[in-house]
Design a protein. Structure first.
Lengths: 349, 245
């Protein structure tokens, strides 16, 4: 069990983090105080053209220098600072959160249409597997992930989440079941533009992980959700699938449903299932994925986890519970429960 | 005298404690105002009390409840009427997944739609017989592993045949009535269509009438329609699944 709440303002208007903290805290029953986190899009307008790298350091003295050297090898550090945090009585600060605003040198990565993104992805994988005590957990432009091991309100107060503003927010309250709770295992999971929050279990994690690692991604955070962020990056960014098709690859219709489709659709869905068989996710899940253009929510094909969507003017909300949405917006224009495996898409205009 | 409790910013533990204390003190009509996300309302509550919930409650409302009548003016979350024993739960709105989960007595009325796995594992024994009446649509796996009781799905506003997968998957007791046609592909392991005649129409009449009393609609026209009745093919649908006799 975990709790999810997310919102996009389709006009691009900024919202501060105060209300999403309240909404997430309402679902404390869905968590265990061992992980909570927030992702905000539009967090760093003053450095909008830089990659904002958020890093957990175990120990600044011994580990930071090697990261600085690596970043300077691949580009320029435009600005860096410790992420401001505020002591909380029950939250133990076991890592030091740091942020770099980094500009990769595109000339250093050849033979790719997206050298900057490939440099950042390479750095995330390299750092997380080879520099002990250093974890890059957020690496998008104008995006910030703020997470730790604690209850939603403690984590929010630790970072003063109400001081950040953005047009997309993702928030997650964790109840770890298969691996221990720790800072890196809290959601959202992020790579470049992609952030993911997830309630459930990816029982196909082994298959998905082997598949994604064959494309150079490395899973380092001891939890299944990480693989979803990389799968989405592979399918949507590198293979160019649109939102709808990417979701259909991850949670495809059943074969008997495909058999009933009109000929063209049948061919398309058959091709997706055959091509992305190893990317297909099994097990119970409700997931919201964001990138700079919007959010997409979907569940597993037999709906083993809850997901509610709602609209209020320009805002689209996706959450585990309607009450949490109403905590942010008491009067909603429309509330509905999306069908199993059916993507709910909120795009910024 | 109606007792009112303001649930604004109140955690479910003190809220439910106040409700239990009020019932113990002899209150028979309680109204909860500004409910938002509080779980476990009226759980294990015993007695003749009427409880009105204004707002959107959290999951498992009416769990293990024995006797009270609960009116919800808002949408319910997951599993309203979970393992309910007796009484009534009347939801003026829609409800989430696993409505009437393991329910073993009493009645649940939902004005609009319900989510997945409605009536999962409902059961009946001796004089106990649970009823789930849904005015709108139900999603897949309705009546999954159903062992007893009655589900009535009215599908008001729907014209196409019911087409959600896994209907009555593993059913081995009880019956499901769906207004209108049911696509044969929906029927899951152990579920079969059974005849619907005047005797069955008489059986659902009080349910339709009570639904219409709660939510204001025309019972006669709903009762005049045709229904599909689904029941178990056998009392042990999985008898041969793990053992060979």
């Amino acid at each position: 069990m975990c709790g999810i709440i997310s919102v996009v303002d389709r006009s691009g208007a900024a919202m501060d983090g105060a209300r999403i903290k309240d909404a997430l805290s309402m679902m404390n029953e869905r968590g265990s105080g061992e992980g909570a986190g927030y992702a905000v899009y539009g967090a760093y307008p003053e450095y909008a053209d830089c990659y904002a790298l958020h890093v957990f350091f175990d120990n600044i003295i011994e580990t930071k220098a090697s990261l600085d050297t690596l970043l300077e090898t691949w580009g320029a550090i435009v600005h860096e600072e410790e992420i401001p945090t505020y002591e909380q009585p029950r939250l133990k600060k076991v890592h030091t959160p740091w942020r770099y605003f980094f500009r990769p040198d595109a000339s250093l990565m050849t033979g790719t249409p997206s050298p900057e993104e490939d440099i950042v992805t390479y750095l995330v994988m390299k750092v997380n597997t080879t520099i002990p005590g250093t974890l890059i957990y957020s690496s998008g432009k104008n995006i910030g992930v703020f997470k730790a091991a604690g209850w939603p309100e403690e984590v929010a107060d630790f970072y003063r989440i109400q001081d950040y503003k953005g047009y997309i927010w993702l928030a997650h309250n964790r109840y770890p079941t298969n691996t221990r709770g720790w800072w890196g295992g809290a959601h959202p999971f992020n790579l470049l533009d992609w952030s993911v929050v997830h309630n459930g279990e990816i029982t196909s994690y082994g298959t998905n992980r082997r598949y994604i690692e064959s494309f150079g991604y490395k899973c380092t955070m001891f939890t299944d959700t990480e693989v979803v962020a990389y799968l989405v990056d592979l399918l949507a960014r590198r293979h160019g699938l649109d939102d709808e098709l990417a979701v259909r690859a991850l949670a495809p219709p059943f074969w008997d449903e495909i058999d009933e489709m009109p000929e063209r659709e049948k061919d398309l869905y058959r091709a997706i299932r055959l091509t992305y068989g190893s990317a297909m996710m099994n097990g119970p899940f409700a997931i919201v994925v964001a990138n700079r253009d919007g959010i997409v929510g979907f569940t597993d094909r037999i709906k083993l986890r809850p997901l509610v969507a709602a609209e209020e003017g320009d805002r689209l909300y996706i959450s585990s519970e309607e009450a949490a949405i109403r905590r942010m917006a008491p009067e909603l224009d429309r509330v509905w429960m999306p069908g199993a495996g059916e993507p709910v898409i909120g795009r910024v205009r | 005298m109606v007792m009112r409790i303001d649930a604004t910013d109140l955690h479910y533990t003190p809220l439910n404690r106040q409700v239990r204390e009020a019932v113990a003190a002899g209150e028979d009509e309680i109204v909860l105002e500004h409910v938002l996300g509080q779980r476990f309302i009226a759980d294990g509550l015993v007695g003749e009390v009427t409880l009105t919930v204004n707002g959107v409650p959290g999951g498992d409302i009416g769990m293990f409840m024995r006797g009270p009548t609960v009116f919800v003016h808002g949408n319910a979350d997951h599993a309203p009427g979970n393992t309910m024993e007796a009484g009534r739960l009347v939801i003026h709105g829609s409800a989430g997944d696993a409505v009437a989960h393991s329910m073993r007595g009493g009645m649940v009325f939902v004005r609009d739609d319900i989510g997945y796995r409605g009536g999962i594992h409902m059961k009946a024994y001796n004089a106990r017989h649970p009823y789930l009446v849904v005015g709108g649509e139900a999603r897949a796996f309705l009546g999954e592993y159903m062992a007893g009781g009655t589900i009535l799905l009215l599908r008001r506003g729907s014209k196409e045949p019911f087409a959600e997968r896994g209907l009555a998957s593993g059913i081995h007791g009880g019956e499901i009535y769906v207004r209108g046609e049911v696509d044969d592909r929906c029927l899951a392991v152990g579920a079969v269509k059974k005849p619907f005649g005047e005797e069955e129409r008489t059986r659902i009449r009080p349910l339709v009438e009570e639904y219409c009393r709660h939510f204001g609609c025309d019972a006669a026209s709903l009762l005049a329609d045709e229904y599909t009745r689904i029941g178990p093919a056998s009392a042990r649908p999985f008898a041969g699944k793990y053992t060979w006799e």
